[in-house]
Design a protein around this ligand. Structure first.
Ligand SMILES: Nc1ncnc2c1ncn2[C@@H]1O[C@H](COP(=O)(O)OP(=O)(O)O)[C@@H](O)[C@H]1O
Ligand SMILES: [Mg+2]
Length: 257
């Protein structure tokens, strides 16, 4: 019996992945409740992105188990995980540069609907999909850019578009890997607002990897700290701030705050 009756939306048990001799993710066990906001912090190379890639199914673990909504998905394909309610993790490279911002989001909404493979859909259905796409753009503050070509967006706005596309896939679990990466200090507050707005309006579970500590401390219910592939601490923002191991492994490091 591989199914586990747990309240957790996401659970990893001793998850491990090596690249050659390097163990990128080492025996990581993490339990996340529905609706929680969990951040993962840790130095570069700690294994955070690899951990995400294991959760989405982009990589297969060497050992360990992943449960999503109580079901063992360790061997499930990426596509099936999305069908089960994991938001599709788009990178900007998945965006079509020469169509409008709105069209990019609408395609993502359509990909999730049962009209996925239809070239022609009826006008009512199209209207519904388009309305939902507009709603996603409004949440990420890109409403005014809807009719611009995706390629014309600034880097910061492209990151917002990635979030809109994740929203469009209507997963219960969103995975945000460094949503502020490459942004200037002035652009960060808008992303924080977008994430707060998603939390307020949508019942989503969010797992975020992020280096900006103030942002992590203000948004998170729990914070997981990784170092050398291992989970070295897990707790509330206050507990993490006070944790000595965390301070020596991460918080004191130059350039990470
Ligand atoms: N596809 C890959 N092939 C080989 N090594 C990888 C691959 N992805 C990640 N790694 C290695 O695994 C370790 C963890 O990387 P990563 O998960 O990207 O860390 P983080 O996101 O915390 O910065 C690093 O040493 C990295 O070089
Ligand atoms: Mg990373």
């Amino acid at each position: 019996m591989s199914e586990k009756q747990q309240p957790y939306i996401l659970q990893t048990v001793d998850l491990t992945k090596s690249f050659g001799r390097q163990t990128a993710v080492n025996m990581v066990s993490l339990n996340i409740l529905p609706g929680e906001f969990v951040s993962i912090i840790g130095p570069n190379g700690a294994g955070k992105t690899t951990f995400f890639n294991l959760i989405t199914g982009a990589f297969k673990p060497d050992s360990g188990i992943i449960y999503f909504k109580g079901r063992d998905i360790t061997k499930a394909k990426e596509f099936n995980r999305v069908q089960m309610g994991m938001a599709r993790c788009f990178q900007i490279t998945n965006v079509f540069p020469h169509i409008s911002v709105l069209e990019n989001v609408r395609l993502a909404v359509q990909a999730k609907s049962k009209h996925k493979y239809r070239l022609f859909i009826n006008a009512d259905k199209l209207k519904e999909l388009t309305e939902y796409a507009h709603y996603c753009l409004e949440i990420v503050q890109l409403k005014n850019m809807a009719y611009q070509m995706a390629i014309s967006l600034t880097h910061a706005d492209q990151r917002k578009l990635e979030i809109a596309i994740q929203l469009a896939s209507q997963g219960e679990l969103m995975l945000l890997d460094e949503p502020t990466a490459g942004m200037s200090a002035e652009e960060v507050p808008a992303i924080v607002e977008v994430i707060k707005d998603i939390r307020k309006k949508e019942q989503k579970t969010i797992v975020m990897v992020e280096h900006k500590l103030n942002m992590v401390l203000s948004l998170s219910d729990h914070i997981a700290v990784m170092n050398y592939g291992m989970l070295i601490a897990y707790g509330s923002p206050r507990e993490i701030k006070e944790n000595q191991d965390v301070q020596s492994a991460y918080l004191g490091r130059k350039g990470d705050a």
